[in-house]
Design a protein. Structure first.
Ligand SMILES: [Zn+2]
Length: 428
């Protein structure tokens, strides 16, 4: 039995629902909510008090800057595929319990907070800044996530303010906390420790959330192996896997991570050099669209290294709290011409809920079997979109029974939820 360390993403008020991207405009457009023009603006904690465990402020800042550069430099097959740049604004000075509320927007544990009017995600402390806080000893993590949370949570991050401009919803502020208690040089039950190289994978993951990336379940089987002590497939574990499994491996973006950021912020080279496949996931009747199906395209000759996924029905509008939006579309981009891919689908693990969820459904869609569709598909020219014609069907028909009753009407809008804090055994 082992405890696992969780990454958390921040939870948001309806009507914003996370999806392949961490946020989708479910109110109006059904599109990903992104930083405008791919410009991610951040403000880092600074000063002598801004240490991160055993790291000085300068060292922590250098790590963060370096990992932002790594995300920005995402490339596939030698082509720059993501158009993301970072702009660092004024440093924050030192942040601790005494001035945390000036910088971080949250609903304290055990308190009930009023829902904010959209487009504010939570809280009303719009500051014009996007703080990245270095929690030196876990006290900030405990203050935000609850007492003792700092023993299991390495960090948490996400957008916090979104604003509509010319009809399009953009992220205008984000926030992140990195929990330095894990790298303070003390290793005991009340103060767990991981090597800085491992913790770096957690930083890289959280910065992915700030950019707008959601979690992914690609290569769940490799994770299960790893948890059983077989690390032979560690490199197959994506950065944005919901759990901290192997920090060093997760510090290296997987193909799925590369495709994810490139799909959100595509460079011209991404659109013109790679293919995509589009299809729809259905219930067993082959006619009723099904949301929340993890659809995976995997290179037939190297499936662990080159697999990428998309959860059906991620782009939708309306309020469907039970994963029953009539939306089953999926689109998988970043596919290489003349490479044969299999198309697979599977349920998202029921273990992934709350702050570890893979959207658009929390809890995940269930009651259907995983399957590898017969045949393979491939595109023959760059920029192609596959919808029909290859051997593998582009439609996914699951074994999930057809609903016998129409879904109940959506409930009124909810207030902001909280991240669920989980320290438990992972049972995929
Ligand atoms: Zn995460």
């Amino acid at each position: 039995m082992r405890a696992l360390f969780f990454f958390l993403i921040l939870a948001f008020a309806w009507p914003l629902r996370a999806a392949g991207p961490i946020l989708v405009d479910t109110e109006v457009t059904g599109l990903s909510v992104l930083w405008k023009d791919g410009v991610v603006r951040v403000n880092l904690e600074s000063g002598a008090g801004g240490t991160l465990g055993s790291l000085s402020n300068d060292e922590a800042v250098a790590l963060v800057r370096g990992f932002f550069e790594d995300w920005s430099a995402t490339g596939i097959d030698g082509l720059a595929t993501a158009a993301v740049v970072f702009q660092e604004g004024a440093p924050l000075g030192s942040v601790d319990g005494s001035n945390l509320d000036d910088h971080f927007t949250y609903c304290p544990p055990g308190k009930s907070c009023p829902a904010e009017d959209p487009p504010f995600v939570s809280g009303s402390a719009r500051t014009g800044q996007s703080p990245i806080l270095f929690d030196d000893d876990g006290s900030i993590t405990d203050a935000i996530q609850g007492k003792g949370a700092s023993l299991s949570i390495l960090g948490f991050a996400g957008p916090r303010v979104v604003e509509r401009e010319d009809g399009v919803l953009y992220i205008t502020e984000g926030q992140a906390v990195l929990n330095g208690k894990f790298i303070n040089g003390v290793s005991e039950p009340a103060d767990p420790e991981v090597p800085v190289e491992e913790f770096s994978g957690a930083i890289f993951h959280e910065l992915g959330h700030l950019i707008g990336l959601d979690h992914t379940q690609v290569n769940l089987g490799s994770v299960v192996k790893h948890l059983k002590g077989d690390a032979s497939e560690a490199e197959a574990i994506p950065t944005m896997f919901p759990l901290f499994i192997d920090g060093a491996a997760q510090l290296t973006p997987h193909y799925d991570d590369q495709v994810a950021i490139s799909s959100l912020y595509p460079s011209p080279a991404f659109g013109s050099n790679f293919c995509r496949i589009e299809g729809t996931a259905f219930r067993a009747d082959g006619a009723t669209e099904l949301q929340g199906v993890n659809v995976i395209a995997a290179n037939g000759s190297d499936p662990l290294a080159e697999s990428t996924s998309f959860v059906s029905g991620s782009f939708f509008t309306g309020a469907f709290p039970d994963c029953d939006a009539p939306a089953g579309e999926f689109v998988i981009a970043g596919l290489k011409p003349d490479v044969s891919y299999t198309l697979q689908f599977e349920p998202i693990s029921q273990a992934f809920t709350g702050g570890s969820s893979v959207e658009p459904c929390d809890p995940p869609q269930k009651d259907f079997e995983a399957e590898v569709l017969p045949g393979v598909f491939r595109c023959s020219s760059k920029g192609e979109t596959i919808t029909v014609g290859s051997e593998a069907t582009t439609d996914v028909v699951t074994t999930k029974a057809v609903a016998v009753a129409p879904p109940p009407p959506p409930p009124p809008s909810e207030g902001s939820g909280g991240c669920s804090l989980v320290i438990s055994d992972f049972a995929p």
